[in-house]
Design a binder for this molecule. Structure first.
Ligand SMILES: O=C(O)C(=O)C[C@H](O)[C@H](O)COP(=O)(O)O
Length: 204
């Protein structure tokens, strides 16, 4: 598989409250040009949503986000997730993710965290919480001593700041929730989701 960071410029991070919205939402994202979708394990229907998207939306590459434990890894893969994303990384979580065999982005926010993960062979990471941790200048600084590590910054990124992140050499893609506003999902406004996805897909 092509690196997770290179499949699309933006990974929509979604919070699904009503499982019936999962499939039409994913179709809108894929039609707009964003096939990689991260469903956060923050709601009780997240695993079912992942399963439905994986089974019913051709072209979608659906993964699980907010993965925090080995049990989350197991449940996500069983549900049909084809990749995993975590906000941070603990040694036991990294063990479980490596054992799971699917591509994953472990989270890091400091040089030491990045170095600890690189020591384990992980050179493609999530940078979280991107804006709060220092944003673009911070990532640019990390590229000096750690040029071989690439990131998907996530957290606080919006349409008007995404392009600046994508211009950095150590950024493969960015993640964010702005593609799937809660009110658009609640209203079933798939045209709006598709339009937001199309704008983001054009960023690179
Ligand atoms: O759930 C996770 O695994 C996370 O790490 C947190 C998300 O990536 C951010 O919540 C993104 O949210 P925005 O800042 O609204 O784009």
């Amino acid at each position: 598989m092509t690196s997770l960071l290179d499949l699309a410029p933006v990974i929509p991070v979604v919070v699904i409250e009503d499982v019936e919205t999962a499939v039409p939402m994913a179709r809108a994202l894929v039609s707009g040009g964003l096939p990689v979708i991260e469903v956060t394990l923050r709601t009780s229907v997240a695993l079912e949503a992942i399963g439905r998207i994986a089974a019913e939306v051709p072209g979608a590459v659906v993964g699980a986000g907010t993965v925090r434990t080995g049990a989350d890894v197991e449940a996500s893969l069983k549900a049909g997730a084809s990749f995993l994303v975590s906000p941070g990384a603990t040694p036991s979580l990294v063990d479980a993710m490596l054992a799971g065999g699917a591509p994953f982005l472990a989270g890091a926010a400091t040089a030491s965290e990045v170095m600890a993960l690189a020591e384990r062979g992980l050179k493609e990471l999530k940078f979280f919480p991107a804006e709060a941790a220092g944003g673009r200048p911070y990532l640019k600084s990390l590229a000096g001593p750690l040029p071989d590590v690439r990131f998907c910054p996530t957290g606080g990124i919006r349409p008007d700041t995404a392009a600046d992140y994508l211009a950095l050499p150590n950024v493969g893609c960015v993640g964010g929730t702005w593609l799937t506003p809660a009110d658009a999902l609640a209203a079933g406004d798939w045209a709006r989701v598709e339009a937001l996805a199309a704008e983001a897909a054009a960023l690179r």
